[in-house]
Design a protein around this ligand. Structure first.
Ligand SMILES: CN(C)c1ccc(C(=O)NC[C@H]2N[C@H](CO)[C@@H](O)[C@@H]2O)cc1
Length: 485
């Protein structure tokens, strides 16, 4: 992903031209009351996992490399509870109106591997470069099927840097036809939404499928910034939400702003999206984070580290602004880097701290064998990323979360929450053996005074500590702190 030096300025200028309409002062708001996903007992749900997987883009069956053994190993080495699982429109609907049920069977088999291990699965309708039919062979274009790809004869040239294929005339035209910016293809967005409904029909009764990421890294073609995000992108989301809700009233629906500019930290102009379901809305804001200095090849170290930290601060403020507008919880859908770079594990830990502070979920990009992932090689020997992701975190919190903090120096995991009516069950904490090799010490405070938990239980196999705090009435603040014995 490192940009050749000679390409850095033109790429930056090209991308900034594209996002000119997006630029807006990223007003940082004070951390507001975090919104969060909830489980079937009303507990706040925290998602911690990987994207699975980039390899699906080039796989002839459009499936990720993962095996059931690898899912088991992932839990053993990282304690994750979440997977952003890539699916593709071209595999789902290779011919218009004809869905490939064998593909969905294969997806369901893999969902089962995660379900059997207590994972939450987000099915990500993935695209890069619109699809296979708009990108030269060596670029991993994926997403739209051939029948939905209309380049109108405009060229798509090979590029030294895959991202630049987005700017090719044929790619831009394919997107302009999809968004109906050309006025020539009003049917494509409806077809896309119908495909999402078909997936929802298939998994509506699979409790492990927590929801759907409606489109990966949307690109507006010749329409960029607010005109795109508040225009056809919001329209696609409204149509897709309506179609999915015809099949599934309970899935969480994850929406992204455009990738360009927003991945770097500029605010998204995505508008509030209504959810027609009965009960609380279940829309999730799912941004990606790729700080621009790192996209331009800077390591998270030395003089660049301060600039990257400032970029993360801007990103965090922009994300909060957008999530507040959407009245939605936040799940960071992608963050990642080449783990061979200087400061790589520090960057991952920084993003895990940031999402803890935001009460946000996160999925690292990705679990591939490409130098970015957690495995040293195909033997699934864990590398430095696995060790960094294998970190204490709350899987569920029995109330309204106020603070999630893992202090790696102490070390200590602190979870603070206010008691809420309608919530049942314990707070569940994942405690890796690397931090708690000889057990743990648990302390509980309720309304500021030491308290005894009603119950606590340790599952040594899954390394999960369940803590039942004694009820002291709605609004009471409870603090659970765990330190190594
Ligand atoms: C010019 N455009 C539209 C553009 C440029 C760069 C990215 C990108 O790096 N994305 C970050 C990662 N996300 C994808 C998978 O979703 C990975 O392939 C990228 O590394 C996206 C879009």
């Amino acid at each position: 992903k490192r940009l050749p030096r000679r390409l850095r300025l033109p790429v930056l200028l090209a991308a900034l031209v594209l996002v000119a309409g997006t630029a807006a002062s990223a007003t940082r708001i004070e951390p507001g009351p975090p919104r969060y996903l909830t489980d079937d007992r009303g507990r706040a749900l925290f998602l911690h996992g990987f994207n699975t997987s980039g390899s699906a883009k080039d796989d002839p069956e459009h499936l990720p490399w993962i095996t059931e053994d690898a899912v088991q190993r992932e839990y053993e080495e990282t304690g994750t509870n979440f997977v952003r699982f890539l699916i593709q429109w071209q595999a789902l609907e290779p011919e218009q109106g004809a869905y490939d049920e064998e593909y969905l069977d294969a997806v369901a088999e893999r969902v089962g591997w995660y379900a059997d291990r207590g994972y939450h699965v987000l099915l990500d309708m993935h695209q890069d470069l619109y699809g296979r039919y708009t990108s030269p062979e060596e670029h991993s274009g994926n997403g739209a099927p051939e029948w939905a790809t209309h380049t109108d004869g405009f060229p798509v040239a090979r590029q030294d840097m895959w991202e630049l294929v987005y700017l090719e005339p044929g790619t831009v035209r394919a997107f302009d036809n999809f968004w109906n910016t050309t006025g020539e293809h009003p049917e494509l967005m409806e077809s896309y939404a119908a495909a999402l409904r078909h997936v929802a029909e298939r998994f509506a009764d699979e409790p492990a499928v927590i929801g759907y990421d409606l489109m990966n890294e949307p690109f507006g073609g010749s329409l960029q910034g607010p005109a795109f995000e508040a225009g056809p992108l919001a329209d696609l989301y409204r149509i897709s939400i309506a179609r999915i809700r015809e099949a599934d009233q309970d899935a969480w629906l994850f929406v992204e702003g455009q990738a360009v500019g927003v991945n770097w930290g500029l605010p998204s102009a995505l508008p509030h999206l209504d959810d027609p379901r009965d009960g609380e809305p279940r829309i999730v804001y799912a941004p990606h984070a790729y700080p621009l200095p790192m996209d331009l090849g800077e390591p998270y170290a030395g003089s660049a580290k301060e600039r990257i930290d400032a970029s993360i601060e801007q990103w965090s403020g922009s994300v909060r602004t957008t999530a507040e507008r959407l009245e939605a919880p936040i799940v960071l859908g992608e963050f990642g880097l080449d783990m061979s770079g200087e400061g790589a594990t520090d960057y991952v830990a920084r993003m895990l701290d940031e999402t803890d502070r935001m009460a946000a979920g996160r999925a690292y990009w990705s679990n591939d064998h490409d130098g970015w992932g957690p495995w040293k090689d195909e033997s699934l020997a864990p590398g430095p990323l696995a060790e960094t992701m294998n970190r204490p975190y709350p899987r569920v919190v029995a109330g309204h979360p106020v603070e999630i903090d893992f202090d790696s120096e102490a070390p200590a995991l602190t979870v603070r929450f206010t008691e809420k009516e309608g919530v049942s069950g314990p707070t569940e904490l994942y405690l890796p053996d690397t931090v708690f090799p000889d057990g743990y010490d648990l302390s509980v405070e309720s309304a500021g005074s030491p308290a005894e938990p009603d119950a606590s239980e340790w599952d040594g196999e899954l390394r999960i500590l369940s803590v039942e705090t004694a009820s002291a009435g709605p609004g009471t603040e409870h603090t659970v702190t765990v330190t190594p014995e």
